[in-house]
Write a protein that binds this ligand. Structure first.
Ligand code: ADP
Ligand code: ADP
Ligand code: ZN
Length: 216
């Protein structure tokens, strides 16, 4: 099964991807996570991507398509995968279609997580992550059970993304509306678009996604 999670920054893609990954045994492919790892490691790709990410702009199609093309060749992608944050432009969607077509595969569903801009700013401003196991949290909406201690691994070390500040968020939302939103009619025309309400609580979003997946 090949699933795309589509939605603006802060919609909850990563949060839901982690849950689906566990319940459906699909690997999560997050281009954002891969790019951040490349930046941290100081690779060629990382150095090229860094400025774009800091400014809330998209990294070039060439870079991200290259990353995904390599990644889906790996063994753990054999039984399907969940794309989180890719594709983000029509060019990326077309490239993905070609890569899959060459393997006799296709995108089974594109799940649009619909969330209003005001809520997105709030979600992004409060987002933080365990520095060790990468589990995601929120200052208000998703706190660890014991304050300051990660539920997943017990770590007391947390990080916030450099681009999760209010200025960059505005640029990222504008980028979403101009460059990524055109994917909605693109996938609707292919009959694979499923829209869910991302404004509700985390568990209720998971229920909607599971309903979509179960119907496939
Ligand atoms: P994305 O991957 O789409 O950028 P995340 O999954 O990182 O978004 O979620 C952004 C922030 O909002 C995180 O701090 C997360 O805990 C929180 N969050 C995710 N889904 C919801 C929800 N349905 N309601 C409230 N907060 C949420
Ligand atoms: P969010 O879902 O919160 O916007 P991501 O972690 O998916 O964040 O992406 C962070 C940044 O990485 C983006 O703002 C962009 O600069 C870059 N990026 C991630 N995925 C892509 C992509 N598919 N195409 C171009 N740039 C990307
Ligand atoms: Zn942890």
């Amino acid at each position: 099964m090949i699933i795309v999670l589509l939605g603006p920054p802060g919609a909850g893609k990563g949060t839901q991807a982690a849950r689906i990954m566990e319940s459906r045994n699909l690997v999560q492919l997050s281009t954002g996570d891969m790019l951040r790892a490349a930046v941290a490691a100081g690779t060629d790709v990382g150095n090229k991507a860094k400025e774009f990410m800091a400014a809330g702009k998209l990294v070039t199609d060439e870079i991200v398509i290259g990353i995904i093309a390599d990644r889906i060749e790996e063994d753990d992608c054999r039984d399907g995968f969940l794309l989180d944050g890719f594709p983000r432009t029509i060019a990326q969607a077309e490239a993905l279609g070609k890569l899959l077509n060459d393997k006799g595969l296709k995108v089974d569903a594109v799940i649009e997580m619909k969330v209003e801009d005001e809520s997105l700013v709030d979600r992004i401003a409060g987002r933080y992550t365990c520095a060790d196991c990468k589990r995601g949290y929120h200052d208000t909406y998703l706190k660890p059970q014991k304050a300051g201690v990660c539920d997943g691994c017990g770590s007391t070390d947390f990080t916030r993304r450099a681009d999760d500040n209010r200025e960059t968020v505005t640029a990222r939302l504008a980028t979403y509306h101009t460059q990524t939103a055109p994917l909605l009619p693109f996938y609707e025309a292919q009959g694979v678009l499923r829209t869910i309400d991302g404004m509700v609580g985390i568990d209720d979003v998971t229920i909607q996604i599971n309903n979509v997946l179960s119907a496939l």
